[in-house]
Design a protein. Sequence first.
Length: 375
Amino acid sequence: MALQDVKIIITDRNGVQVVEVLQYSDYSFDSQMDLVSDAFSLTLVDPYFWIETGYYIYFYINKKLAFRGTVQRKEISVSKSGVSVTISGKDTSSTLVESFCSSFTDYSNWYPYTIISNLISQTAFKVQKKETVDTVPESDFDSGTDTADFQGDLNEQLQDNDTLSNTNYVFYDENFLDLPVRANFKINIEDKVYDKIQELVTGAGYQVLFEEEGRLYIGDLRRKRNDDTVRYKIINKRNNSTNNIISGSVTDDISGRYAMISVFSQSKTGVNTKKTMVDSTVPSMKTMVVQVQSEPEPLKIAQQLMEDQKQEGYSVRYEVPGHVQGHDFWRVNRFCSVDDEILDIREDLVVYGRTFNFGRDGTTTSLTLGKKRIF
């Protein structure tokens, strides 16, 4: 297991009070590829009563920022064993995911990326053009002096809390930027901003991923994954000293899959279009019928629904020691080469979910792997 150093930093809303959390009994920092906003939970040992909702939390692994979020909930518990404070919340993308649209004019002949930019501007999801800080100052954490320097540098970075707490940036895949204008894209009262963004993105066959450093990636996650040079490895063999898992399981479930998916769309002139995808690997001939607006490509919608069902029905779960493999912590949307003799899996899978855990069993990472989507 690779060596790792974990640091948890809490700041107040203005970044004036910066404290490293040293006493905690458990934590969970969760990231799921299909959920843009990551979540966390942290149980602190008394006397961390000063932490309030609305404060910011930063989770570092080997000096790299692995989570950046807001405390949304605080719970104080009392028992015979003492007092504990549990805080939880979401990463900074939650302001985008949870916000409602405030402008209800329809977009006519706008490019999808310009609609998205306008929707984001209606929220507190602050966007800057330059990249946010994604690492902390280099230092030797075994030294008390260097720890003090680390704390001082963090204070300097977080004085206005704009560098890390609030600012993000948006990256559009070049192919997404080349999409044609939408003839009409309607916003209704009670529509949520991210729901409309997702409608634009997935309707064109693309995906969204919010990365730890504050980048909202919009484009082809498959191509992004293929270009990534970091790949993980799982080994689980009988009587093998190189095995690197604590536990594992595999689930193959076809109950939520359909053999035939038909997507209907209707243009403004009343012309109906139907596209159908057939999955020959599903034995029962269940049929799913979906209606969409005229603009999204119905074939891409059918492909995506079929691939989503495959991914949800087949999952491989592993518990591994620590949070790091090689020189980097575990991240979603990366390949993991699995050589599992016991579960009979020998192929490259995709990391769709990853949760950093600490508790009675020590420091571990829970992984959810699945087959790569082909759309």
